[in-house]
Design a protein around this ligand. Structure first.
Ligand code: PLP
Length: 366
């Protein structure tokens, strides 16, 4: 007997499309037999893990047969000092995506709405729809979130607003004055998720500190990650900073051991290695200049970015360019799923990787 297993799946799940990650290096090696491959597709830290992290990982290995510390005591103590909030405001996740999902599970369900911007991170849509809630997508303004239109879209059923600052895949950001004016207008029973996955890279005087905003507006939840500037993408660890009452709710739906011992130890060591973060941010600043200068020279428009990636406008379907770059051994990220079929997002890499990308780009465009 054959069954349409999808027919009796939960409504929200039926409509989901699986998340499409950047192409893995090994896959391209298998497909094209190219050995020298540069992956600039997933906004990963090109420096590789810090030495201090590797040391911490080795020290955990003898205890791998034991469950991790489900309360994440050590990491919360460290983070509490580092970000300046009480430990009861912290929730540790298996990546910040895990925290986004916990927030959705606490607050979203069928009949409830969340709001996100056009061209914003797809995980917002995934976690919202998986719960059977509706996602209201606000048309972007110059590729950035339109905060006035976001305010206008709030209704009685709105329970959550997602704001990535800066946003992926556009690299756009919202300044402190605009964000504060916006938050003043949002009802207290609407959770505003400020996703600060790339905050370490931002070098703008007017960039708002999410922690300060959270202090001022208790309905703000800040999410941060160790996946980008801290170089721990593979270990999956991130966190939320929220009002203690929200943290308590997140803790109720969290799996008891959602973060593994290696990741917890690595995050503690990574926080202690701010020199590594500074090196990553410096490298990114230089690389961003190299890549934007090259685009200017070629005459390619791009969206100015404060993150560790640049989104380039080819003015036509970008897939042939993406494929041609693959043949040169460069993996970038097509962003058709973000309604940007003419753009490719490229992560800023090591100097040599950026040069490889620029040379390949010049080659495939001629
Ligand atoms: C990369 C990224 C994250 C981080 O996700 P993790 O689950 O922590 O790896 C979160 N938000 C945005 C917008 C991102 O681009």
């Amino acid at each position: 007997m054959t069954q349409e297993f999808i027919s009796f799946a939960a409504l929200g799940i039926k409509e989901l499309q699986p998340y499409q990650p950047g192409k893995p290096v090994e896959e391209l090696q298998r497909e094209l037999g190219i050995s020298k491959i540069v992956k600039l597709a997933s906004n990963e830290n090109p420096l590789g893990p810090s030495e201090k992290v590797l040391e911490a990982l080795r020290s955990v290995m003898p205890d791998l047969a034991r469950y991790p510390d489900g309360s994440a005591y050590l990491l919360k103590e460290k983070l509490s000092d580092f970000v300046g909030v009480k430990t009861n405001m912290l929730t540790i996740g298996n990546g910040s995506n895990d925290v986004l999902e916990l927030l959705a599970r606490v607050y979203l369900r069928s009949g409830i709405e969340a709001i996100a911007s056009q061209h914003s991170f797809v995980v917002y849509s995934l976690v919202t729809k998986a719960l059977g809630a509706d996602l209201r997508v606000i048309p972007a303004l110059d590729y950035a979130q339109d905060l006035n239109a976001t305010l206008t879209a709030i209704n009685d059923r709105t329970r959550m607003i997602f704001i990535a600052n800066p946003n992926n895949p556009t690299g756009t950001w919202i300044n402190k004055a605009d964000m504060t004016a916006f938050l003043k207008e949002v009802r207290g029973d609407v959770i505003v998720v400020l996703d600060e996955a790339y905050s370490e890279y931002v070098d703008e005087v007017e960039y708002p500190d999410g922690i300060e905003l959270q202090r001022q507006f208790p309905n703000v939840v800040v999410t941060r990650t160790f996946s980008k500037a801290y170089g721990l993408a593979s270990l999956r660890i991130g966190y939320a900073i929220s009002h203690p009452e929200i943290a308590d709710l997140l803790n109720r739906v969290r799996q008891p051991f959602n973060v593994n011992a290696m990741s917890l130890a690595a995050a503690v060591a990574a926080l202690d290695d701010q020199e590594y973060v500074r090196a990553a941010v410096d490298l990114n600043r230089q690389g961003m200049k190299t890549v934007t200068d090259a685009c200017d020279k070629i005459g390619l428009p791009y969206i100015p970015s404060v993150g560790n990636f640049l989104t380039i406008d080819f003015g036509r379907d970008a897939m042939p360019i993406y494929n041609a770059l693959l043949h040169e051994g460069v993996i970038t990220r097509p962003i058709g799923v973000y309604e940007m079929p003419n753009h490719l997002r490229v992560t800023i890499g090591l100097a040599s990787e950026n040069e490889h990308f620029i040379a390949s780009l010049s080659k495939v465009l001629t």
